[in-house]
Design a protein around this ligand. Structure first.
Ligand SMILES: [Zn+2]
Length: 60
């Protein structure tokens, strides 16, 4: 069952994999398990999600 409040799902801006759920006023960094990018996630009090790639995985 889901809670009454709708959770915000944050997706990787690189590969669209769903990374995590977030609450309002969140500020976190998470590494995408699929593509290896480190994503900075900011969620405003208006539930607007901003994602920013802070580190790209180097590939040969
Ligand atoms: Zn990714």
């Amino acid at each position: 069952m889901e809670g009454e409040r709708k959770r915000l799902y944050v997706c990787c801006p690189g590969c669209s994999r769903r990374l995590c759920t977030a609450k309002e006023n969140s500020d976190l960094e998470i590494e995408c398990p699929k593509c290896g990018k480190v994503i900075k996630i900011l969620v405003s009090s208006e539930r607007k999600v901003i994602t920013e790639i802070v580190k790209e995985q180097q590939k040969n």
